[in-house]
Design a protein around this ligand. Sequence first.
Ligand code: ARG
Length: 470
Amino acid sequence: MSEKLWDGRFSEKTDQSVEAFTSSIDVDRRLYRHDIEGSIAHCKMLAQASIITEDEALSLIQGLSTIRREIERGQFSFDDSLEDIHMHIEARLAQENTKTAQKLHTARSRNDQVALDTRMYLRDAVILILKQLAGFRQVIVALSEKHLDVVMPGYTHLQRAQPVLLSHHLMAYFEMFTRDAQRFSDGLNRINVNPLGSAALAGTPYPIDREATSQLLNFPKTSNNSIDAVSDRDFIIEFLSSASICMIHFSRFSEELILWSSSEFSFIDLPDSFTTGSSIMPQKKNPDVPELVRGKTGRVFGNLIALLTIMKSLPLAYNRDMQEDKEPLFDTVDTLNACIDIYTKMIPKLKINKKRMLEATTKGFLNATDMADYLVTKGLPFRQAHACVGKTVSYALDKNKELHELSLGEFKTFSSIVEADIFDALTTQKMINQRKSFGGTATANVNAAILKAKTALEKEKKKLEKYKPI
Ligand code: ARG
């Protein structure tokens, strides 16, 4: 058992079970790069403010860089008795250069340190997610562009409603994932705040320059209130909530892919390389990837609820409960990374069953609204037109026919204003291209939305390239 950095006032050694229980090293070792980067900036600032000498800062920075290499090469030993990554790095530093190493923690505490590390980690994670989401949205746009001529039934209540372009349906997901990206990106404004220098909770008597540390670490803002800075985990909750919304979108997409690939729909084929077989039923090809993405939504929601619950009654300022924030955070980042990645690889490989989708638009009275709209163009008020079409549909159902299969004579028994041009109005192509209202499914609209999305994505990707994670 190593000596603790804080055991001065203790007369008994910590019980081993307590060490194991309180240790977070298995989880927070992942923060090592950000912890070291933060400590290096802290050293530089301490030297600039003449709190330590230039030589001391240099030796600390060298020591920290060596530790980073040791961790990266797997030469660093981790031990529960040293609690967390912050203690591990400081203790290792002390093994080489005890006197100087002891100065590293001047004017800071683990409370502001852990808040700093988590913010630095999360901003890198968010930037990676934004890059991934841009790539994924590009894949959606490419698929939409490739299948611009595919018509499918649009649904409400999971009942066939009106024909839409498959691309229009896919571009709805583009919109959803774009909002997700915007939410993550907006959250960066609140992640990107430097808490270092708040110390334990009240600030520090040393003449530190917090703005200098913020600049060194690329933080556009420095936290205003030291108590808030060490107790705030809103930025993680906000990230988990954005992640949950993003997972809702993945889950809804997954659900549709699962339905569409079933024999009942047969709208799409999932690639063999992204499906699995059954150990008993030789004919099966199961949509495990979308199912797992849908299933993983549960853990991401759970992570959000976990942190909301952890934080809900905590008195100010730091409480050890807050150490429990990292597992849900890391798990969410990993889950999201994995889901975006696998979908970016799978979506371009979807096989679209164009014929089957088109056929589905010709059964189930998807042109009923269009018949009503047709009657309106001939002068009938919409409500009367609606009632007239209702009667026509009921008649057609009796005859086991679709509306477009009725004769002009049959139509005329319901409304004398129907002419031969009704048949053109009831074709799928006509129905699609009539819907020219902004945001509607007309081919020209969808094409314009695709072009706009492509330009926006190019711009977004260029902007994101500028960010270099630590
Ligand atoms: N491992 C701790 C955490 O993750 C670091 C902060 C510890 N601070 C303390 N006063 N014990 O929250």
